[in-house]
Design a protein around this ligand. Structure first.
Ligand code: URA
Ligand code: SF4
Length: 325
């Protein structure tokens, strides 16, 4: 293996670990060089990504899965990438995009709300995996789902377990700002997790738990019929796309879950640990908003994939991206 390949492989592994919330830096002196290396790795084009992810998706597909695999014809489209431009603070406000009201949901059954409520009641009584023994509350979702945009993440943490609502802790505050950065009130979207009960000590979800719980998520998505899904972090992304590829390879590209466009990005907790990832997520959610508003075709994303580079536009510096103005 060449040195560059080894470094790239290490970078991808580190990204995946960060995304799963594992703190890896022991010596503070490593932080700066490691962060800038990761930032470079995250923004460098990965031309072979689409092929290799597709290959892995089919290689890891197994019989009897609860969540159908991503369609192989699902397109994988590189998101806009920044050039690491620095722009003066005074210009940042100007560069904030303005948004028109998001589109309403269409195509749902008239009784979608009662269907969701029935499903929620089912999860409240669920004992299909051992997590029911240690939970305080089942965490079914957050938000009304009025706007056809669904965020899917990993599992409830301590705050969510205590309050019975998804994303109410520090990561939740940041997610609120991320959603606000695309002109949307988080109360109007739908936020849910792969697991509805908290893994003790915030450990990673286990395969058996995911297998037991994922039918609830599949059903939520079926009822909600989102125009676009955004997966936050490794677990939700790998589950819905049926792949083992690292999040750094998947984020910012558009896939499909069944017929629905799906855009993976980093978990907000990863951003709390690594603020340099905010710029990348900001770019990802701008793309998410375009898909929400106009679908893949109208957003011109197919054209970007095949021939043209994204139009140059100023990108705010990380750290200020999700502050409310
Ligand atoms: N992290 C998650 O993945 N989900 C939550 O609901 C909260 C934190
Ligand atoms: Fe049931 Fe899911 Fe909770 Fe396990 S995590 S007990 S499958 S609701």
């Amino acid at each position: 293996m060449q040195k560059d390949h080894i470094l790239q492989a290490i970078a991808l592994q580190i990204e995946a670990e960060i995304d799963r919330g594992i703190s890896i830096w022991i010596d503070p002196a490593w932080n700066e060089p490691a962060s800038s290396f990761l930032a470079r790795a995250a923004s460098s084009p990965r031309s072979s990504g689409a092929q290799s992810v597709r290959g892995q998706a089919s290689a890891t597909r197994s019989k009897g899965r609860q969540i159908p695999a991503a369609r192989s014809k699902g397109r994988q489209i590189p998101a806009a990438r920044s050039e690491g431009r620095q722009i003066p603070a005074a210009r940042q406000a100007e560069s904030r995009p303005s948004f028109s009201p998001p589109p309403p949901a269409t195509g749902r059954d008239r009784d979608w709300k009662s269907k969701l409520e029935k499903l929620r009641q089912e999860t409240l009584a669920c004992k299909k995996c051992p997590l029911h023994e240690t939970r305080t509350n089942v965490v079914f979702n957050s938000g009304s789902g009025k706007i056809p945009l669904v965020f899917v993440s990993e599992a409830p943490g301590a705050n969510e377990d205590a309050q019975g609502e998804a994303f109410v802790g520090r990561a939740g505050d940041l997610l609120t700002k991320i959603i606000a950065a695309i002109g949307i009130d988080r109360r109007d979207v739908y936020i849910c997790n792969v697991l509805k009960c908290r893994p003790p000590g915030n450990r990673n979800p286990m395969p058996d738990e995911i297998a037991a719980c994922s039918p609830y998520l599949a059903r939520q998505l079926e009822i909600l019929k989102p125009r676009v899904i955004c997966t936050l972090g490794l677990f939700a992304t790998q589950l819905l796309l049926d792949t083992k590829a690292p999040i750094g390879k998947l984020r910012g590209r558009v896939f499909r879950y069944l017929e629905t466009p799906l855009l993976p990005t980093y978990h907000p907790a990863a951003l709390l640990r690594n603020p340099h990832l905010k710029r990348t997520v900001w770019e990802d959610v701008q793309l998410l908003r375009k898909i929400l508003d106009g679908g893949i075709k109208k957003a011109g994303i197919e054209i970007q994939m095949t021939e043209s580079k994204p139009a140059a536009r100023p990108i705010p510096q990380s750290g200020d991206l999700f502050e409310s103005s």
